[in-house]
Design a protein around this ligand. Structure first.
Ligand code: LHQ
Length: 260
Protein backbone atom coordinates (compact mmCIF):
# COMPACT_ATOMS: atom_id res chain seq x y z
CA UNK A 1 0.00 0.00 0.00
CA UNK A 2 1.22 3.52 -0.78
CA UNK A 3 2.47 5.48 2.22
CA UNK A 4 0.45 8.65 1.79
CA UNK A 5 1.44 9.72 5.29
CA UNK A 6 4.95 9.45 6.71
CA UNK A 7 5.45 9.39 10.48
CA UNK A 8 8.69 9.93 12.34
CA UNK A 9 9.22 10.27 16.04
CA UNK A 10 12.41 11.47 17.70
CA UNK A 11 13.30 13.37 20.86
CA UNK A 12 9.71 14.11 21.82
CA UNK A 13 8.75 15.37 18.36
CA UNK A 14 6.39 13.55 15.96
CA UNK A 15 6.67 14.66 12.34
CA UNK A 16 3.71 13.86 10.12
CA UNK A 17 4.32 14.35 6.39
CA UNK A 18 1.62 14.43 3.71
CA UNK A 19 3.24 12.29 1.07
CA UNK A 20 1.63 12.41 -2.34
CA UNK A 21 3.98 14.90 -3.99
CA UNK A 22 3.09 14.10 -7.62
CA UNK A 23 -0.42 15.42 -6.87
CA UNK A 24 0.78 18.26 -4.65
CA UNK A 25 -0.31 16.14 -1.67
CA UNK A 26 -3.98 16.42 -2.65
CA UNK A 27 -6.13 14.50 -0.17
CA UNK A 28 -7.48 11.12 -1.21
CA UNK A 29 -9.43 8.77 1.07
CA UNK A 30 -6.57 6.53 2.22
CA UNK A 31 -4.54 9.63 3.03
CA UNK A 32 -7.32 10.86 5.33
CA UNK A 33 -7.59 7.55 7.11
CA UNK A 34 -3.85 7.36 7.61
CA UNK A 35 -3.56 10.99 8.75
CA UNK A 36 -6.29 10.46 11.32
CA UNK A 37 -4.49 7.43 12.72
CA UNK A 38 -1.19 9.25 12.95
CA UNK A 39 -2.67 12.38 14.53
CA UNK A 40 -4.29 10.16 17.12
CA UNK A 41 -1.05 8.33 17.81
CA UNK A 42 0.85 11.60 18.20
CA UNK A 43 -1.83 13.15 20.41
CA UNK A 44 -2.04 10.13 22.71
CA UNK A 45 1.60 9.22 23.13
CA UNK A 46 3.25 10.65 26.24
CA UNK A 47 6.56 10.34 24.43
CA UNK A 48 5.37 12.96 21.93
CA UNK A 49 5.37 16.52 23.27
CA UNK A 50 5.14 18.41 19.99
CA UNK A 51 3.75 17.58 16.54
CA UNK A 52 4.96 18.91 13.20
CA UNK A 53 2.67 18.66 10.17
CA UNK A 54 4.28 19.24 6.78
CA UNK A 55 4.20 18.17 3.13
CA UNK A 56 6.57 16.24 0.88
CA UNK A 57 7.84 17.85 -2.31
CA UNK A 58 7.14 21.36 -3.52
CA UNK A 59 3.76 21.92 -1.91
CA UNK A 60 2.07 21.55 1.47
CA UNK A 61 -1.19 20.34 -0.10
CA UNK A 62 -3.64 21.29 -2.85
CA UNK A 63 -6.62 20.25 -0.70
CA UNK A 64 -9.21 17.72 -1.81
CA UNK A 65 -8.22 15.53 -4.74
CA UNK A 66 -10.51 16.91 -7.40
CA UNK A 67 -10.18 13.76 -9.44
CA UNK A 68 -11.81 11.83 -6.63
CA UNK A 69 -14.98 13.75 -5.76
CA UNK A 70 -15.98 15.96 -8.57
CA UNK A 71 -19.41 14.67 -9.47
CA UNK A 72 -22.29 17.09 -9.05
CA UNK A 73 -24.58 15.66 -6.41
CA UNK A 74 -21.86 13.96 -4.37
CA UNK A 75 -22.73 14.54 -0.71
CA UNK A 76 -19.92 16.93 0.18
CA UNK A 77 -21.42 17.47 3.62
CA UNK A 78 -20.82 13.81 4.34
CA UNK A 79 -17.29 14.06 2.98
CA UNK A 80 -16.59 16.90 5.38
CA UNK A 81 -18.16 15.15 8.36
CA UNK A 82 -16.34 11.90 7.63
CA UNK A 83 -12.93 13.14 6.57
CA UNK A 84 -12.15 16.83 7.11
CA UNK A 85 -13.92 17.94 10.27
CA UNK A 86 -12.37 15.11 12.36
CA UNK A 87 -8.87 16.29 11.38
CA UNK A 88 -9.66 19.82 12.50
CA UNK A 89 -10.98 18.51 15.82
CA UNK A 90 -7.91 16.34 16.30
CA UNK A 91 -5.52 19.24 15.77
CA UNK A 92 -7.46 21.67 17.96
CA UNK A 93 -7.97 19.09 20.74
CA UNK A 94 -4.43 17.72 20.73
CA UNK A 95 -3.10 18.34 24.25
CA UNK A 96 0.25 19.55 22.90
CA UNK A 97 1.45 22.11 20.37
CA UNK A 98 0.98 21.35 16.68
CA UNK A 99 3.25 23.25 14.30
CA UNK A 100 2.40 23.41 10.61
CA UNK A 101 5.52 23.71 8.47
CA UNK A 102 4.09 25.01 5.21
CA UNK A 103 6.72 24.02 2.66
CA UNK A 104 4.82 25.32 -0.39
CA UNK A 105 1.34 26.06 -1.66
CA UNK A 106 -1.57 25.36 0.72
CA UNK A 107 -4.89 25.39 -1.11
CA UNK A 108 -8.52 24.64 -0.28
CA UNK A 109 -9.09 22.45 2.74
CA UNK A 110 -5.32 22.15 3.21
CA UNK A 111 -5.01 25.90 3.82
CA UNK A 112 -7.58 25.58 6.58
CA UNK A 113 -5.97 22.47 8.06
CA UNK A 114 -2.82 24.61 8.33
CA UNK A 115 -4.78 27.41 10.01
CA UNK A 116 -6.13 24.95 12.58
CA UNK A 117 -2.58 24.34 13.81
CA UNK A 118 -1.16 26.27 16.76
CA UNK A 119 1.82 27.67 14.88
CA UNK A 120 2.03 28.12 11.14
CA UNK A 121 5.49 28.73 9.76
CA UNK A 122 5.67 29.01 5.98
CA UNK A 123 8.39 29.40 3.40
CA UNK A 124 8.28 32.78 1.71
CA UNK A 125 7.52 31.09 -1.62
CA UNK A 126 4.36 29.47 -0.19
CA UNK A 127 0.88 30.74 -1.02
CA UNK A 128 -2.38 30.33 0.87
CA UNK A 129 -5.35 29.91 -1.44
CA UNK A 130 -8.99 29.65 -0.35
CA UNK A 131 -9.48 28.05 -3.74
CA UNK A 132 -13.01 26.74 -3.11
CA UNK A 133 -14.82 29.58 -4.89
CA UNK A 134 -12.99 28.77 -8.12
CA UNK A 135 -14.89 25.48 -8.23
CA UNK A 136 -18.17 26.90 -6.96
CA UNK A 137 -17.72 25.92 -3.32
CA UNK A 138 -17.22 27.81 -0.06
CA UNK A 139 -14.39 27.45 2.47
CA UNK A 140 -14.74 24.44 4.73
CA UNK A 141 -12.58 22.62 7.28
CA UNK A 142 -13.06 25.57 9.63
CA UNK A 143 -12.11 28.22 7.07
CA UNK A 144 -15.17 30.38 7.67
CA UNK A 145 -14.43 30.22 11.42
CA UNK A 146 -10.66 30.73 11.38
CA UNK A 147 -10.42 33.44 8.72
CA UNK A 148 -12.56 36.18 10.29
CA UNK A 149 -11.08 35.49 13.71
CA UNK A 150 -7.50 35.65 12.48
CA UNK A 151 -7.66 38.47 9.93
CA UNK A 152 -11.08 40.16 10.29
CA UNK A 153 -14.16 40.06 8.14
CA UNK A 154 -12.95 42.22 5.25
CA UNK A 155 -9.82 40.19 4.55
CA UNK A 156 -11.64 36.92 5.27
CA UNK A 157 -14.27 37.76 2.69
CA UNK A 158 -11.66 38.86 0.17
CA UNK A 159 -9.74 35.60 0.53
CA UNK A 160 -12.88 33.48 0.38
CA UNK A 161 -14.79 35.29 -2.34
CA UNK A 162 -11.85 35.98 -4.64
CA UNK A 163 -9.91 32.77 -4.05
CA UNK A 164 -6.67 34.52 -4.99
CA UNK A 165 -3.30 33.37 -3.62
CA UNK A 166 -1.98 35.21 -0.55
CA UNK A 167 1.79 35.14 -0.15
CA UNK A 168 3.31 33.80 3.06
CA UNK A 169 4.71 37.25 3.86
CA UNK A 170 1.31 38.87 3.42
CA UNK A 171 -0.22 36.12 5.56
CA UNK A 172 2.33 36.79 8.31
CA UNK A 173 1.76 40.58 8.07
CA UNK A 174 -1.97 40.03 8.47
CA UNK A 175 -1.57 37.64 11.39
CA UNK A 176 -3.03 34.74 9.42
CA UNK A 177 0.11 32.75 10.20
CA UNK A 178 2.92 33.11 12.73
CA UNK A 179 5.96 33.47 10.50
CA UNK A 180 7.24 33.50 6.91
CA UNK A 181 10.86 32.39 6.58
CA UNK A 182 13.39 32.01 3.79
CA UNK A 183 12.78 28.70 2.02
CA UNK A 184 16.08 27.19 3.15
CA UNK A 185 15.43 28.24 6.79
CA UNK A 186 12.14 26.34 7.26
CA UNK A 187 13.50 23.08 8.67
CA UNK A 188 15.86 24.75 11.12
CA UNK A 189 13.26 27.29 12.31
CA UNK A 190 10.63 24.60 12.84
CA UNK A 191 13.06 22.22 14.56
CA UNK A 192 14.22 24.88 17.05
CA UNK A 193 10.64 25.69 17.99
CA UNK A 194 9.62 22.02 18.16
CA UNK A 195 12.56 21.21 20.43
CA UNK A 196 11.58 24.07 22.71
CA UNK A 197 8.08 22.60 22.98
CA UNK A 198 9.39 19.04 23.37
CA UNK A 199 11.35 20.21 26.42
CA UNK A 200 8.63 22.43 27.81
CA UNK A 201 5.71 22.14 30.25
CA UNK A 202 3.44 20.05 28.02
CA UNK A 203 0.33 20.16 30.19
CA UNK A 204 0.58 23.94 30.45
CA UNK A 205 0.85 24.19 26.66
CA UNK A 206 -2.20 22.00 26.24
CA UNK A 207 -4.33 23.90 28.72
CA UNK A 208 -3.18 27.31 27.41
CA UNK A 209 -4.22 26.21 23.95
CA UNK A 210 -7.57 24.99 25.29
CA UNK A 211 -8.25 28.29 27.09
CA UNK A 212 -7.32 30.52 24.16
CA UNK A 213 -9.51 28.49 21.84
CA UNK A 214 -12.41 28.66 24.31
CA UNK A 215 -12.03 32.44 24.54
CA UNK A 216 -13.13 32.82 20.94
CA UNK A 217 -16.68 31.89 21.81
CA UNK A 218 -17.39 32.78 25.43
CA UNK A 219 -17.72 35.72 27.84
CA UNK A 220 -14.96 37.15 30.03
CA UNK A 221 -16.78 35.81 33.07
CA UNK A 222 -16.82 32.28 31.67
CA UNK A 223 -13.19 32.65 30.64
CA UNK A 224 -12.11 33.75 34.14
CA UNK A 225 -13.85 30.69 35.52
CA UNK A 226 -12.12 28.44 33.02
CA UNK A 227 -8.73 29.98 33.83
CA UNK A 228 -9.31 29.25 37.50
CA UNK A 229 -10.20 25.65 36.75
CA UNK A 230 -7.24 25.04 34.49
CA UNK A 231 -4.69 26.93 36.60
CA UNK A 232 -5.75 24.79 39.56
CA UNK A 233 -4.76 21.72 37.52
CA UNK A 234 -1.42 23.27 36.55
CA UNK A 235 -0.69 24.20 40.17
CA UNK A 236 -0.58 20.48 40.92
CA UNK A 237 1.84 19.52 38.15
CA UNK A 238 5.49 18.66 38.80
CA UNK A 239 6.41 21.16 36.08
CA UNK A 240 5.02 24.01 38.17
CA UNK A 241 7.07 22.90 41.18
CA UNK A 242 10.11 22.52 38.95
CA UNK A 243 9.61 25.93 37.32
CA UNK A 244 9.39 27.73 40.65
CA UNK A 245 12.33 25.81 42.11
CA UNK A 246 14.44 26.53 39.03
CA UNK A 247 13.57 30.23 39.24
CA UNK A 248 14.42 30.46 42.92
CA UNK A 249 17.69 28.63 42.42
CA UNK A 250 18.61 30.61 39.31
CA UNK A 251 18.92 27.54 37.07
CA UNK A 252 17.15 26.51 33.86
CA UNK A 253 14.06 24.34 34.50
CA UNK A 254 13.93 20.70 33.47
CA UNK A 255 10.31 20.12 32.55
CA UNK A 256 9.00 16.58 32.11
CA UNK A 257 5.54 17.32 30.79
CA UNK A 258 4.16 14.65 33.09
CA UNK A 259 1.10 14.69 35.32
CA UNK A 260 2.96 13.13 38.25
C1 LHQ B 1 -4.27 18.08 -8.15
C2 LHQ B 1 -4.90 19.00 -7.28
C3 LHQ B 1 -6.10 18.62 -6.67
C4 LHQ B 1 -5.97 16.59 -7.80
C5 LHQ B 1 -3.12 19.89 -8.01
N1 LHQ B 1 -6.60 17.41 -6.97
N2 LHQ B 1 -4.82 16.88 -8.42
C6 LHQ B 1 -13.85 19.19 0.56
C7 LHQ B 1 -15.01 18.37 0.44
C8 LHQ B 1 -15.19 17.61 -0.75
C9 LHQ B 1 -14.97 18.00 -1.99
C10 LHQ B 1 -14.45 19.25 -2.38
O1 LHQ B 1 -13.51 19.88 -1.62
C11 LHQ B 1 -13.28 19.93 -0.33
C12 LHQ B 1 -12.22 20.83 0.13
C13 LHQ B 1 -11.27 21.34 -0.90
O2 LHQ B 1 -10.10 21.23 -0.65
S1 LHQ B 1 -11.87 22.09 -2.29
C14 LHQ B 1 -10.43 22.80 -3.03
C15 LHQ B 1 -9.63 21.81 -3.79
N3 LHQ B 1 -8.40 22.35 -4.26
C16 LHQ B 1 -8.30 23.21 -5.29
O3 LHQ B 1 -9.26 23.66 -5.87
C17 LHQ B 1 -6.91 23.56 -5.75
C18 LHQ B 1 -6.63 22.97 -7.10
N4 LHQ B 1 -5.23 23.14 -7.48
C19 LHQ B 1 -4.73 24.30 -7.92
O4 LHQ B 1 -5.42 25.29 -8.02
C20 LHQ B 1 -3.30 24.32 -8.29
O5 LHQ B 1 -2.87 23.00 -8.51
C21 LHQ B 1 -2.41 24.97 -7.21
C22 LHQ B 1 -2.68 26.49 -7.19
C23 LHQ B 1 -2.66 24.39 -5.82
C24 LHQ B 1 -0.92 24.74 -7.56
O6 LHQ B 1 -0.69 25.16 -8.87
P1 LHQ B 1 0.67 24.73 -9.60
O7 LHQ B 1 1.79 24.99 -8.69
O8 LHQ B 1 0.65 25.40 -10.94
O9 LHQ B 1 0.61 23.13 -9.77
P2 LHQ B 1 -0.30 22.29 -10.79
O10 LHQ B 1 -1.66 22.89 -10.91
O11 LHQ B 1 0.45 22.08 -12.05
O12 LHQ B 1 -0.45 20.89 -10.00
C25 LHQ B 1 0.58 19.90 -10.01
C26 LHQ B 1 -0.06 18.54 -10.15
O13 LHQ B 1 -0.92 18.31 -9.03
C27 LHQ B 1 -0.96 18.45 -11.39
O14 LHQ B 1 -0.93 17.12 -11.83
P3 LHQ B 1 -0.21 16.72 -13.21
O15 LHQ B 1 -0.42 15.26 -13.32
O16 LHQ B 1 -0.91 17.52 -14.27
O17 LHQ B 1 1.22 17.13 -13.03
C28 LHQ B 1 -2.31 18.78 -10.84
O18 LHQ B 1 -3.36 18.26 -11.63
C29 LHQ B 1 -2.26 18.09 -9.50
N5 LHQ B 1 -3.19 18.69 -8.57
N6 LHQ B 1 -4.15 20.11 -7.22
N7 LHQ B 1 -6.74 19.43 -5.77
Amino acid sequence: MTDYILYEQAEGIATITLNRPDKLNAFCEPMHVNLREKLQEAAKSDAVRCVILTGAGRGFSAGQDLGERMMQGTDLGETLETFYSPIIHQIRNAPKPVICAVNGVAAGAAANIALACDFVIAVKSARFIEAFIKIGLMPDSGGTWFLPRLIGEARAKAMALLGEPISAEQAADWGLIWQAVEDEALDETVQVLAQQFANGPTIAYGLTKQAIQAAMSQSLEAQLELEGKLQRILGNTPDYAEGVDAFNNKRPPKFTGREK
